[in-house]
Write a protein that binds this ligand. Structure first.
Ligand code: NAP
Length: 308
C-alpha cells in the first residue's frame, strides 16, 4: 500500500509517498481503509524534525486524523468490516500512520463516524475537537462565566467556541475581522480582532478580565494578561506556557486516546453542534504539495485533507 512518510528532517518537500507493507491488525486492533486524512500543525513538527526519529528507524508515517471504513479486525474485536469510523491516530512517530491507504489502530482510538457526513469532513474532527474538549475540561467555568478563545477561527479554536457554547459560557472570540460573522454564528458573544492587544480588548466587554482563556493561538503571556486575578489559563502548547501571575492557574492540554469522548464529539458533529471544515483536498500522491500548502498557510478556513 502507499503511505506518506518522512525519512529525514527538512521542509515539506521531504514528505514522500512510498510503497510500504500492508499492516495487519493485532489483538483488539482494526485496520481502517482510509477515506481521508487531515493535515495538522503537528505534521509540520514531524517533517521539520521537532520529534527526532529514534536510532535505527528508517522512516515515519504522518497524520493524526483519519476517517474511513473498517477493513479487517484483529482477535477480540466484534466490530463489523465496513463500519465507518473516525480515528485519532495519536502516536506521533510510527511507520504507517493516518496519511496512507490503510491504517492499523486500536479500539481506544476509533469512534463511529458521524452518520451521513462525508468522510472528508469527518476526518477533520478527532485531534482538534478532542483538544478543544479537553482544554475546556481544564477550565472550571459555569454558565455565564466568561472565556476568551484566541485563534478562535482555527481548528482547535472553532471547536472550542462551539463546545463552550454548549456549556452556557459567554465567549470572547479572537480572530481576523473576516472571521467575525462565522464566530458569532458559532456561539461567540463578543468578538475581538487579533490586531488588538487581547488583554485590553476583552476589558471593553469584561472590565475585570475574563474568567478563563483557551489559548488556541499559543500567544502565551499576552493572552494570560486578559484573565482576571485568580482565573485559569489553558494552553494547547507546552512550549508557549507563560509564567503564572496574579493567582491565575496555568494549565496545559495534550490530547490522547479517549474513545468515549471521541464518540461523543462525533455525535455532536452528527447533529450539527460541531462544524468540521475542509479548505482543500489533495490526492495522497500529492502529499508533498499538500504539506507545502500547510506550511504556506492560506486565506481559506478549514483543514487540508489527503484523499488516498
Ligand atoms: N496539545 C495538543 O494536543 C494539540 C492538539 C492540536 C493542536 N495543538 C496546537 O494548537 C494550536 C492550534 O492548532 P490549530 O490546528 O487550531 O491551528 P490553526 O487551525 O492554524 O489555528 C490557529 C489559529 O491561531 C491564529 N493565530 C496564529 N497566530 C496568531 C497571532 N499571533 N495572533 C492571533 N491569532 C493567531 C490563526 O489565525 P490566522 O489563520 O488568521 O493566522 C488561527 O486562527 C497549534 O499550535 C497546534 O500545534 C495542540
Amino acid at each position: 500500500m502507499r503511505a506518506a512518510v518522512v525519512k529525514k528532517a527538512g521542509g515539506p518537500e521531504v514528505v514522500e509517498v512510498m510503497e510500504v507493507p500492508l499492516p495487519e491488525p493485532g489483538p483488539l486492533e482494526v485496520r481502517v481503509k482510509v477515506a481521508a486524512a487531515a493535515l495538522n500543525p503537528a505534521d509540520a513538527a514531524v517533517w521539520a524534525g521537532f520529534f527526532a526519529l529514534p536510532e535505527g528507524i528508517e522512516y515515519t508515517g504522518l497524520g493524526l486524523d483519519a476517517a474511513g471504513t473498517i477493513d479487517a479486525v484483529g482477535p477480540g474485536v466484534l466490530l463489523k468490516v465496513g463500519t465507518p469510523v473516525i480515528v485519532f491516530d495519536a502516536p506521533v512517530l510510527r511507520p504507517t500512520k493516518a496519511q496512507a491507504e490503510y491504517l492499523v489502530t486500536d479500539l481506544n482510538s476509533i469512534a463511529p463516524a458521524p452518520e451521513g457526513m462525508d468522510l472528508t469532513l469527518a476526518a477533520t474532527i478527532p485531534l482538534n475537537a478532542m483538544t478543544a474538549s479537553l482544554a475546556l475540561d481544564h477550565l472550571p467555568l459555569r454558565p455565564r462565566d466568561t472565556l476568551l478563545v484566541t485563534g478562535a477561527a482555527g481548528a482547535v479554536g472553532g471547536y472550542a467556541v462551539e463546545l463552550a457554547r454548549t456549556r452556557g459560557v459567554r465567549i470572547v472570540a479572537q480572530g481576523r475581522p473576516e472571521d467575525e460573522e462565522f464566530l458569532r454564528d458559532r456561539g461567540a458573544t463578543w468578538f475581538v480582532s487579533r490586531d488588538e492587544d487581547p488583554s485590553e480588548a476583552v476589558r471593553e466587554f469584561v472590565p475585570e478580565g475574563v474568567d478563563g482563556v483557551l489559548d488556541a493561538a499559543a500567544l502565551g503571556a499576552p493572552a494570560l494578561a486578559a484573565v482576571r486575578d485568580g482565573g485559569v489559563f489553558v494552553s494547547v502548547r507546552f512550549d508557549t506556557l507563560p509564567t503564572p501571575e496574579r493567582g491565575v492557574a496555568v494549565r496545559h492540554t495534550a490530547a490522547g486516546p479517549e474513545p468515549t469522548r471521541l464518540a461523543f464529539l462525533s455525535a455532536l458533529a452528527e447533529v450539527g453542534v460541531l462544524t468540521p471544515r475542509v479548505a482543500q483536498t489533495f490526492p495522497l500522491s500529492e502529499a508533498a504539495a499538500a504539506h507545502t500548502q500547510l506550511a504556506v498557510g492560506g486565506a481559506r478556513r478549514g483543514r487540508i485533507v489527503l484523499v488516498p
